[in-house]
Ligand binder design. Structure first.
Ligand code: AMP
Length: 280
């Protein structure tokens, strides 16, 4: 397993693989890996020949008051995890390698990024799509793996891959949770013991919404109400959004039918957590 810092060297290694006719998998991450990305790396290792894991905290997807500086980083630990999972290469560029001065071209998306995180984090998806587009051009993978925890990101990447003809298979990966239901996230490290307990309100409230739908509720407003009223029982929780949208276009629905995403973002103290389920 090799760690590579430059675009040029990554391209050369991948070109040599391609010459041998190998199939390449890519798992894009911001590092500080946990069982979520680790299981995608395992999927990629079993479905491709070499697997590339990118570890890059992408500055252009963080807003001015977000947690770019605080975001946890531990390359040594990531290296051990990727090696143990069978990954072949970590691409770990410096921000200046990805964004040299006069960097002025971006991938901009509409429709799937209007609501949810797109509405409250204005530059976020432009940053995500631009870095993912660059990673796709650098690695040229056959398949790329993205978690359903970031469901809007997944829908948006699928869309731009289709719209811009990247010709890469996007493989969705299910949400990985702690035993008590909290969705795993690098950001969970920000929570103190009391907040960690309070954070269970996200998965519990979603479970109530899901149960209502499974029992026949089709009115999106009622499902939102069930989730919101349960979230508001937790004093440390502050709702950012609760939305019911179609998973393809990420547009609001009144009636639940077809593949539907129920997504929430909630502050627990100062930490913003997201969670969701997809039904239908
Ligand atoms: P990150 O390093 O947080 O950007 O995550 C790397 C990849 O793993 C992204 O595709 C995320 O959507 C995905 N991911 C992170 N946490 C989870 C989780 N608990 N379950 C599913 N996917 C996840």
């Amino acid at each position: 397993m090799k760690v590579v810092k430059t675009i040029q060297e990554t391209r050369e290694i991948v070109a040599a693989w391609r010459k041998e006719g190998l199939t390449v998998g890519l798992v894009p991450t911001m590092g500080y890996l946990h069982e979520g990305p680790q299981s995608w790396i395992a999927n990629s290792v079993s479905e491709n020949d070499p697997t590339v894991v990118s570890v890059f905290v992408n500055p252009i997807q963080f807003g001015p008051n977000e947690d770019l500086e605080a975001y946890p980083r531990d390359l040594e630990r990531d290296m051990q995890l990727v090696e143990a999972t069978g990954g072949d290469l970590i691409f770990n560029p410096e921000p200046s390698e990805m964004y040299p001065s006069h960097f002025t071209s971006f991938i901009d998306t509409t429709e799937t990024t209007e609501l949810l995180c797109g509405a409250v984090r204005p530059i976020h998806f432009r940053g995500v799509c631009t870095v993912v587009g660059k990673l796709f051009n650098i690695v040229r993978p056959d398949r790329a793996y993205f978690g359903q925890k970031d469901a809007q990101q997944l829908a948006t990447i699928r869309r731009f891959v289709r719209d811009l003809d990247f010709g890469i298979e996007i493989v969705p990966c299910p949400i990985i949770r702690e035993d008590d239901g909290l969705a795993k996230s690098s950001r969970n490290t920000y929570l103190n013991a009391e907040e960690r307990q309070a954070a269970l309100i996200l998965s519990k409230s979603l479970a109530l919404g899901k149960k209502a739908i499974e029992e026949g509720e089709k009115d999106a407003k009622k499902v939102i109400e069930i989730i919101k009223s349960n979230l508001s029982t937790e004093p440390l929780a502050r709702i950012d959004y609760v939305e019911v949208v179609d998973f393809e276009n990420i547009q609001r629905v009144d009636t639940i039918a077809g593949e539907t995403l129920v997504a929430i973002a909630v502050y627990i103290g100062k930490t913003r957590l997201i969670d969701n389920f997809i039904i239908g």
